[in-house]
Design a binder for this molecule. Structure first.
Ligand code: ADE
Ligand code: ZN
Length: 326
């Protein structure tokens, strides 16, 4: 079996995927017509052509605007169903999906609307494709901590359906310490915790996410290599990093995929995983991320197997389920 076939066939988990970042230009166009929402584009092709980013903020501006076409329960169903259908095509058997409530509640679209659509699609995918899905609710870090407290309160009726709480959006200038108090409450309520750190931000943000928020995983974390003591800590504690290669390239965290450090982190013994982040904006779903690595790095089947196994080890699945794959 070729390396590409191994990548496509091996069962995998995806742990870092923003559902709003899986909105295709086609669905964005279709929903804009359905709801008579004016987009600053004249065609599906123009939407796709606009996806050239210079940094995280230049992407986030388009990503939040794009999410504005999601209005009713069926829109959120279609969004989730499209992603989970893609998972089925890619042999992704388990996925932990982030969603940003504040992107919707601030437009007057409530938890009842998006949660109903998400959960209906997740149940259908479990039945039709045997894919298991967990939801990760993420706070937007460019907003004040008080908004995060309010979002946590609004989420209470859905607490049983949410496995973890995360932190995303503009990293620089919004360190994890800004959200210490709300994550204390999150921990008291028994949720798992993840946070984006060390994507654009420095290694010190990764330390803050660990020491001040008590994270179970770090999203991205690729800048950990700037701090040898942090590398040692991540290795010893086996704190997972959910790395997103095409995202790093598209957002200019690296200039060339040949510079990506994921395989050197893997070889150093860190628990790294491959993920797609915002696949329709960054030019590829999960298998495309593996394939892009295989084209630019000296990647072999053992690397692919180790990365796939790590995706289950780093997941929030119960130990008995993890053992089926590891
Ligand atoms: N929200 C969606 N994608 C993100 C990313 N790559 N970093 C921070 N926030 C995000
Ligand atoms: Zn992300």
């Amino acid at each position: 079996m070729s390396l590409i076939e191994t990548i496509k066939n091996i069962p995998k988990a995806e742990l870092h995927l923003h559902i709003e970042g899986s909105l295709t230009p086609e669905l964005m166009w279709q929903l804009s017509e359905k709801h008579s929402i004016a987009l600053p584009y004249n065609s599906v092709e123009e939407i796709a052509d606009a996806y050239n980013f210079s940094n995280l903020q230049s992407f986030l501006d388009l990503y939040y605007a794009g999410a504005g076409v999601l209005i009713d329960e069926d829109d959120f169903y279609q969004l989730m169903w499209a992603y989970l259908s893609r998972c089925s095509d890619e042999n992704i058997v388990h996925t932990e999906i982030m969603f940003d409530p504040q992107t919707h509640t601030e437009r007057g679209v409530g938890f009842d609307v998006f949660m109903s659509g998400f959960l209906r699609a997740i149940e259908d995918a479990e039945r039709e494709y045997c894919i298991s899905s967990y939801l990760i609710m993420s706070f937007l870090r460019h907003l004040p901590e008080s908004d995060a407290f309010e979002t946590l309160a609004q989420a209470q009726p859905y607490a049983e359906k949410i496995h973890a709480i995360g932190l995303d959006s503009s990293e620089l200038g919004h360190p994890p310490s800004k959200f210490q108090r709300v994550f204390r409450k999150v921990k008291e309520q028994g949720f798992k915790i993840v946070a984006h750190a060390g994507e654009e931000g420095p290694a010190s943000y990764i330390w803050e996410a660990i020491n001040l928020l008590g994270v179970d995983r770090i999203d991205h974390g690729v800048r950990c290599q700037e701090d040898p003591a942090l590398m040692t800590y991540l290795k010893e504690k086996q704190i997972p990093l959910t790395v997103c290669p095409l995202s790093n390239l598209k957002l200019c965290v690296i200039d060339d995929m040949k510079q990506h450090n994921i395989l050197s982190l893997l070889e150093e013994g860190l628990l790294v995983t491959v993920n797609s982040d915002d696949p329709t904006y960054f030019g590829g779903f999960l298998n495309d991320n593996f394939i892009a690595l295989s084209h630019s790095l000296d990647m072999n089947k053992e690397h692919v197997k180790a990365l796939a196994m790590n995706s289950f080890k780093a997941s929030f699945l119960p130990q008995s389920k993890k053992q089926e794959y590891c």
